[in-house]
Design a protein around this ligand. Structure first.
Ligand code: NAD
Length: 291
């Protein structure tokens, strides 16, 4: 048991699984095909499965590891949804277009697009190569542009379907707390997520009259392969907790539940918003004791 400090309990060195409630999903997305990019790992995988638990059919996008994508597709089916997998590099215009064509052929249309695929190529700024810069911007920002553009084109083509949803289409961009928190050694990643904020809000403004809702989720520290070194030892976990006022790491399913809500009619009046799901990481925890 860590010793208490004047500010409250010290950062826990280990997780306490009982901290996370297990609430059943409501089936509020019945009849709404969804596409999730980067859906064979981490947050995207949890979102694909979470949307299926909420009643959606799911296109599971992946770029490497088709076996992992198949596993997610099976989990989608086990949750009662139809599933298809599709290999596409989201930074490639032709591959993104082919993916949306295949999704339409399989499911007729899409109602929900979750633009989640992302990566990091970290380096001290003066050592960052143009390739590291371009790779991160290409996937995290241009990749979302390409997917969002295809989503809007498909929603325009289909038009409203009020039986299924009040909105003609729902887009969710995966951002990060680093759209707000500067991140030394990760300038390319932070720039890509800062770009997502204005991409998301500008598009939300543009397509709101067509009843297309565009929002973002900004996760804090979530337990996925992208950041294993930040949580996989007790020392790293305790260090991470100094940045998390709520004193537990986020699980991918924490993000999936936010995505299911944002995609549902329960969030019908929400557009152009970024939902921070971060256990308070953006609350400047270093100032909790008065600065
Ligand atoms: P992850 O590495 O487990 O998953 C990333 C996924 O994106 C993988 O499936 C990967 O194959 C896919 N991907 C990468 N490049 C791609 C490409 N060119 N085309 C298609 N797919 C591609 O990491 P994650 O933590 O699940 O990250 C998912 C998203 O969440 C990312 O956008 C990331 O920036 C964001 N995020 C994660 C955290 C966190 O703490 N884990 C925090 C904030 C934001």
């Amino acid at each position: 048991m860590p010793a208490n400090t004047p500010e409250g309990p010290a950062a826990p060195a280990q997780e306490d699984p009982s901290r996370r409630p297990d609430i059943p999903y409501q089936r509020v997305l019945e009849g709404q095909p969804a596409l999730v990019t980067g859906a064979n790992s981490g947050i995207g995988k949890a979102i694909a499965i979470g949307l299926a638990k909420a009643g959606a059919d799911v296109v599971v996008n992946y770029v490497t590891d088709p076996g992992a994508a198949d596993d997610v597709a099976h989990a989608v089916e086990a949750a009662g949804g139809r599933a298809m997998t599709f290999q596409a590099d989201v930074s490639r215009e032709d591959q993104v277009a082919a993916m949306f064509t295949a999704a339409r052929a399989q499911f007729g249309t899409l109602h929900i697009v979750v633009s989640n695929a992302g990566l990091q190529r970290d380096a001290p700024f003066e050592q960052m190569t143009l390739d590291q810069w371009n790779t991160v911007i290409g996937v995290n920002l241009t990749g979302q542009f390409l997917c969002l553009r295809e989503a809007v084109r498909e929603f325009n083509r289909r038009g409203p379907d009020k039986v299924v949803s009040a909105a003609t289409g729902k887009i969710i961009c995966m951002s990060s707390v680093h759209q707000q928190i500067p991140w030394a050694g990760h300038a390319n990643y932070a720039a890509s997520k800062g770009g997502i904020d204005m991409l998301m809000r500008s598009l939300a403004q543009e397509v709101a009259p067509r009843l297309i809702r565009v929002n973002a989720i900004a996760p804090g520290a979530i337990r996925t392969p992208i950041n294993t070194s930040a949580w996989d030892t007790p020392a790293a976990y305790a260090d991470l907790m100094k940045l998390v006022p709520y004193k537990r790491i986020g699980e991918p399913d924490d993000i999936a539940r936010a995505a299911a809500w944002l995609a549902s009619d329960a969030a019908d009046y929400v557009t152009g918003a970024t939902l921070f799901v971060d256990g308070g990481m953006t609350l400047y925890p270093g100032f909790a004791t008065g600065g």
